[in-house]
Design a protein around this ligand. Structure first.
Ligand SMILES: Nc1ncnc2c1ncn2[C@@H]1O[C@H](COP(=O)(O)OP(=O)(O)OP(=O)(O)O)[C@@H](O)[C@H]1O
Length: 217
């Protein structure tokens, strides 16, 4: 699914590259952790896969296409195949939960009624069907993270990325969120989770990429 070949990234004006000479492969249907100290390059790696940052060297293959060469016009086609989960949820505070989850489908052109039906079905999967009409601020942090995940997967992406998805949650809630990622992985999505949560990685072992100052260990 994803193949990094000698990938490097240096931000303009930075003395040291954020990522250097990365080589790794994520098979279709795999679930992998990405870990490393703060500043090691985890978010940068995810942004390269999303096409939010450009590599300075090397190739990144997504299903056989080199995404380092995509034009701005082609990037939305790549992003439609990816779901992204954030640490800070990024929900729209003045919209209901169901509207937050339905929004990506409506933006993509689906009829709002159909999009809301799909969103309700997805809220059922993440255990929040009964909270559909609530606004995000009426939900706990763990519930808001479930909504963010539901929104990330509503368009059935092939690849699900998460950047510190449990950074604001306690251990029990983090465990539940990781279980939810496992569920979507069992449904066939390839999953890559950037996390500092070593305790949880030990509880739910999976292949792990470890970054150290921009290098893969
Ligand atoms: N937009 C930017 N411009 C310049 N330097 C940046 C930019 N974004 C990140 N960096 C630098 O690139 C390096 C890698 O940052 P990155 O955010 O990828 O690390 P991280 O492992 O995700 O860190 P954290 O765990 O704290 O989120 C750091 O030295 C950071 O300061």
């Amino acid at each position: 699914m994803i193949h990094f070949q000698n990938v490097s990234k240096a931000y303009l004006g930075s003395k040291q590259p954020a990522l250097q000479g990365l080589n790794f492969h994520l098979p279709v249907g795999s679930m992998t952790y990405l870990t490393g100290h703060s500043g090691a390059g985890k978010s940068t790696l995810l942004k390269l896969i999303m096409g939010m940052e450009r590599a300075n060297g090397g190739q990144i293959w997504f299903n056989g296409h080199d995404i380092t060469r995509l034009s701005a016009y082609e990037l939305p086609f790549l992003r439609r195949q990816i779901g992204m989960v954030h640490q800070d949820y990024r929900l729209l505070p003045d919209r209901s939960i169901v509207d937050n989850v339905a929004l990506p489908l409506i933006i993509a052109g689906m009829h709002p009624k159909t999009a809301r039906e799909r969103a309700l079905a997805m809220l059922d999967v993440v255990g929040l069907y009964n909270r559909a009409a609530h606004q995000p601020l009426h939900l706990s942090g763990g519930e808001q993270q479930r909504v963010d995940i539901a929104r990330a997967v509503i368009h059935k992406p092939q690849l699900l990325l998460a950047d510190e998805p449990t950074g604001n949650l306690d251990n029990a809630l983090s465990f539940d969120i990781f279980s939810l990622f496992e569920e979507f992985n069992r449904m066939g999505m390839t999953v890559l989770i950037a996390t500092h949560n070593i305790g949880l990685i030990q509880q739910k072992p999976k292949p792990c990429l470890v970054l150290e100052q921009g290098y893969l260990r």
